[in-house]
Design a protein around this ligand. Structure first.
Ligand code: RB5
Length: 150
């Protein structure tokens, strides 16, 4: 089973807890970097922790939850080797893996209910990178990371 790193700010705290319960029940090893309460915190502090766990290979995939998923994705994508994608439905989650080889899923705790979010998580975890022409495109992203000094 893939090792999953997960984090959230206050906007994603409740949904994160539901996802952690789901993942543990399904047998996934989970590292939860917080936040662990409803007090307001800064989403970059959690995004960077999950992104670095994925980038260094300490986790296979990451899940980040804030109010919209947007701040988490912007931050996580600053970390070399991370491809973070916001998904609001199962199709986006599947495409993020199959076409974009995304390794971090970003969700909005103020966008999706628990049931919909868990469907998105399952689609993400069950999909695999399709390779082929998509690998050429990923290589171009990786070349940009190098040329842009990130
Ligand atoms: C926090 O209020 C909110 O800005 C944050 O959770 C997230 O939605 C940012 O992208």
């Amino acid at each position: 089973m893939e090792r999953i790193a997960i984090g959230a700010d206050h906007g994603g705290y409740a949904l994160k807890n539901a996802i952690v319960q789901f993942l543990l029940a399904a047998g996934y090893p989970v590292e939860d970097v917080g936040t662990y309460g409803e007090d307001a915190v800064d989403y970059p502090d959690y995004a960077v922790q999950v992104a670095r766990l994925v980038a260094t290979g300490q986790a296979d995939l990451g899940i980040l939850v804030c109010g919209t998923g947007i701040g988490m994705s912007i931050t996580a994508n600053k970390v070399h080797g991370v491809r973070a994608a916001v998904a609001t439905d199962s199709y986006m989650a599947r495409m993020a893996r199959e076409h974009n080889d995304a390794n971090v899923l970003c969700l909005g705790g103020r966008v999706l209910g628990v049931g919909s979010a868990l469907e998105v998580v399952q689609a993400f975890l069950q999909s695999r990178f399709a390779g082929d022409r998509h690998l050429r495109r990923i290589r171009k992203i990786q070349a940009l990371e190098t040329s842009e000094g990130r």
